[in-house]
Write a protein that binds this ligand. Structure first.
Ligand code: NAP
Length: 315
């Protein structure tokens, strides 16, 4: 029997079409009557495909009694109720590694854009202001300190890039990492106090909710810029807006927000922030590789073969 899948996110055609060719797919994301879809197909669904940013409530999973696997199209699985899945024996898979370099490139770009005022400089040319004088001076990166919160796959790739730009690298996390020579700082507040750029690269979810709060931003101080490519929930956004408005920190480069696609309106008016629409992994090559891995996880499971990328908690 062809396994039935519930699709709970907007998937790109290069993932959805191959899935439709192999599985009976129920598009919950686009369904006009989601309760009716769940009532009819829910009892037969064996797999669920969601996005990295999708929040999957347990009440939805309660309606899928035959569910065996959740395949996340993304590396972050903070939207999956992992403890619930463990209890029910539901496997959770994701797409690590294949997106690491692109996300690290984007974090590096945000560091460069904020330090060198590149968005304002580009506007300066387009507006014709250049003919009336030179643009303002900006800030050198070489010799400055990057403090990375969460030195995992992406954090390490960011560290390598920023080191190549002549920056010092330090990091914090729940424990020191064995395979790096960079300085481990045990607390986030101490790392922020040291850092010129505080780069957030840890997972989202309850354990990291509002880890970057008013106290951490005060420690980062007026020399400091916050870069977040991880999850909006890790930063207390009202505290960030307040810190930027009052000049407590110098600036921010943000690819992620607490309530995407909604961005706090005060940020839109600030010249010292760079705002991107969650594009860390958004290259054709990487999204294709993510799609292939998302599908490979499902194919392996339903073929009874070893699954390439289970989340570590349920491995
Ligand atoms: P990873 O390899 O699992 O790295 C996460 C790091 O965070 C680990 O070093 C971990 O170290 C640390 N960490 C975990 N829990 C922590 C906590 N409570 N406090 C402090 N540090 C903690 O994951 P990754 O592949 O690098 O991805 C990181 C995150 O990037 C993802 O979860 C996702 O949310 C985000 N992301 C964003 C985009 C985008 O488009 N902007 C794209 C992909 C991924 P310890 O275990 O030693 O603490």
């Amino acid at each position: 029997m062809t396994p039935e899948l519930l699709i709970t996110a907007r998937l790109p055609p290069f993932l959805f079409e191959p899935l439709r060719a192999r599985y009976a797919c129920h598009d919950h994301f686009q369904a006009t009557d989601q309760p009716a879809l769940l009532a009819t197909a829910g009892p037969r669904v064996r797999g669920l495909v969601q996005g990295g940013g999708t929040v999957t409530p347990t009440v939805l999973l309660d309606q899928l009694p035959q569910l065996e696997i959740i395949s996340v199209f993304g590396v972050g699985y903070d939207g999956v109720p992992v403890d619930y899945c463990r209890t029910r024996g539901i496997l959770v898979t994701h797409t690590p590694d294949v997106l690491t370099d692109d996300v690290a490139d984007l974090a590096t770009a945000l560091v460069l854009m904020t330090a060198r005022g590149l968005v304002a400089a580009e506007r300066f040319v387009r507006s014709g202001e250049w003919s009336r004088g030179g643009p303002p001076l900006t800030n050198r990166l070489g010799g400055k300190t990057a403090g990375i919160l969460g030195l995992g796959r992406i954090g390490k790739a960011i560290g390598r890039r920023l080191e190549a730009l002549g920056m010092r690298v330090a990091y914090t996390g729940r424990k020191p990492q064995a395979d790096v020579a960079w300085r481990y700082v045990p607390t986030l507040a101490a790392l922020a106090a040291d850092a010129d750029f505080l780069v957030v690269a840890c997972p989202g979810g309850a354990a990291t909710h509002h880890l970057v709060d008013a106290g951490v931003l005060a420690a980062l101080g007026a020399k400091g810029t916050l870069i977040n490519i991880a999850r909006g929930t890790i930063v207390d956004e009202p505290a960030l807006v307040d810190a930027l408005q009052r000049g407590v920190i110098r600036g921010a480069g943000l690819d992620v927000f607490a309530d995407e696609p909604n961005v706090p309106p005060p940020l839109l008016a600030m010249d010292n922030v760079v705002l991107l629409p969650h594009v860390g992994s958004a290259t054709r090559e990487t999204r294709q590789a993510m799609a292939d891995l998302c599908r490979a996880n499902l194919d392996a499971w339903f073929a009874g073969q070893p699954v390439p990328a289970r989340i570590p908690e349920l491995a």
